[in-house]
Design a protein around this ligand. Structure first.
Ligand SMILES: [Ca+2]
Ligand SMILES: [Ca+2]
Ligand SMILES: [Ca+2]
Length: 354
C-alpha cells in the first residue's frame, strides 16, 4: 500500500500544472514525496467551512506567495541538520494574565495553563514536531505558536500576533509563521471562523498563518484568505506523562517559503487564550479570542489589556510582563501594550545550525 501511495503521489507531482501556488508549495525535489507521503499517512477527515474573511477590506490575493521568486531554489531550502529545543517547562497556575485574571463562567480550570513545550526538527523526515502540554485541554483552549527567523526577530519592530490577544511580536510578515492550535475534537473547533460575528475577524484553528496584514493562511495552493482553502494542521491530543498535550507535525516545506531557514537561530513565542460560545454577546470574541473584561481583570479594563492568560518562556515576572498600564487615551501601538520581543521575556531562542 505504501509503495502504491508513493507511486500515486509521484504521478501527481508529474501531473501537477505549473503555477504560483504550486511552485511555492511544492519543493522541486524528493522532499515533496516524503512530505506528501507523510501527509497522506496522517491525514484524517477534517471539516472546513466555506465562508470567507477579509480583515482589512482589501481584495483577497496571493500576493505574498506570488511575489516571492519560486524559481529561486534557495527560496525553498530547508534546515539541513536536526535541532531541538528540549523540554521547556512553564509554571503551573500562572494562567492569570497580569496577575488577577480569572476564567469566565463555564470554562474549566487550567484550560489555558501552559505546562511544557518542545520543538524538534528532523532533517531526515524534514518535519518540525511540536508538543505543548497544558494543565487541561478543553473546548476553550487555544494556543498560538509563532516561529520567527533571525532577521525578523532582530528587526525589533513589532506586529500583532494572530488570535486577537493584543500581544505584539517582532514583525513577522515575511519572516515567520503563526499557528493557532486547538483540540480538533473541541466543540468550539473553528467556532470563530464559522459563526456569523460581524464585529470580528475570523480565525480558523489548526492552520498556519503565513501573513498578518492582510491575514493569509496556508491553503492548498499557497497563501490564501478563503476558508474553503485551508491546509489543515493535523493536531492530536494526547496524555504525555499524565500531562494533556497537543502535538502536531509540520512539514518544513510548508513553512520554509515564509521564513529564512538559513539563519542560525529560530525564535518561538507561545501564548494561550480562550474561546467561548457567546453568540448573544459576540463582541466578547473579538478577533478570534475571548476579550478579557473587568469581570475577569479587576486591575484595569481596557480593550488593549492582553487577552492571553499564559505565555511561555518568561524567566522573570510574567504578571508584570503582561500588565498593560493603558488609560485608553493613547494608542497601544506605542508603549501601552504587551510586547514579547526579548529572549526570556516571552521568546525562546533555538540554535538551528550544528
Ligand atoms: Ca503555566
Ligand atoms: Ca484585550
Ligand atoms: Ca507562563
Amino acid at each position: 500500500m505504501r509503495s502504491c501511495a508513493i507511486l500515486f503521489l509521484l504521478g501527481l507531482l508529474v501531473a501537477t500544472p505549473s503555477g504560483c501556488g504550486d511552485d511555492v508549495d511544492s519543493p522541486p525535489d524528493t522532499t515533496s514525496i516524503s512530505t506528501l507521503d507523510a501527509r497522506a499517512d496522517t491525514a484524517t477527515d477534517m471539516t472546513s467551512s466555506d465562508a470567507e474573511t477579509q480583515s482589512d477590506g482589501q481584495a483577497p490575493n496571493d500576493a505574498t506567495a506570488c511575489d516571492a521568486d519560486p524559481s529561486d531554489s534557495s527560496f525553498l531550502s530547508l534546515w539541513s541538520a536536526d535541532f531541538a529545543s528540549g523540554q521547556v517547562m512553564d509554571p503551573e497556575e500562572d494562567d492569570t494574565g497580569d496577575g488577577d485574571y480569572t476564567y469566565p463562567a463555564g470554562v474549566p480550570a487550567g484550560s489555558v495553563d501552559l505546562r511544557s513545550f518542545s520543538l524538534a526538527y528532523s532533517a531526515t523526515s524534514q518535519t518540525l514536531s511540536l508538543s505543548i502540554g497544558l494543565r487541561a485541554i478543553t473546548d476553550h483552549t487555544r494556543v498560538g505558536v509563532l516561529l520567527l527567523d533571525e532577521t525578523g526577530f532582530k528587526q525589533g519592530a513589532y506586529d500583532w500576533t494572530v488570535g486577537g490577544t493584543e500581544i505584539r511580536a517582532p514583525l513577522w510578515n515575511g519572516h515567520g509563521v503563526n499557528m493557532i492550535l486547538a483540540d480538533p475534537d473541541s466543540m468550539l473547533f473553528d467556532f470563530n471562523a464559522t459563526h456569523p460575528n460581524p464585529t470580528s475577524e475570523r480565525r480558523p484553528d489548526n492552520v498556519i498563518y503565513v501573513h498578518h496584514d492582510p491575514t493569509q493562511w496556508l491553503g492548498d495552493l499557497g497563501a490564501s484568505t478563503a476558508l474553503s482553502d485551508l491546509k489543515r494542521l493535523y493536531v492530536t491530543k494526547k496524555n504525555v506523562d499524565q500531562v494533556p498535550t497537543l502535538e502536531v507535525t509540520v512539514p518544513a516545506a510548508d513553512v520554509a517559503p515564509y521564513l529564512d531557514t538559513k539563519t542560525p537561530k529560530l525564535y518561538v513565542l507561545v501564548y494561550a487564550y480562550l474561546v467561548i460560545d457567546d453568540r448573544a454577546s459576540p463582541r466578547r470574541m473579538e478577533y478570534g479570542a475571548y476579550e478579557v473584561t473587568e469581570a475577569e481583570n479587576a486591575n484595569s479594563e481596557w480593550w488593549a489589556d492582553c487577552d492571553a492568560y499564559d505565555v511561555a518562556f518568561v524567566d522573570g515576572n510574567q504578571a508584570a510582563l503582561l500588565t498593560v498600564r493603558g488609560n485608553g487615551t493613547q494608542s497601544p501601538e506605542t508603549d501601552e501594550a504587551v510586547h514579547l520581543t526579548r529572549v526570556g521575556e516571552g521568546v525562546l531562542e533555538i540554535t538551528t545550525s550544528p
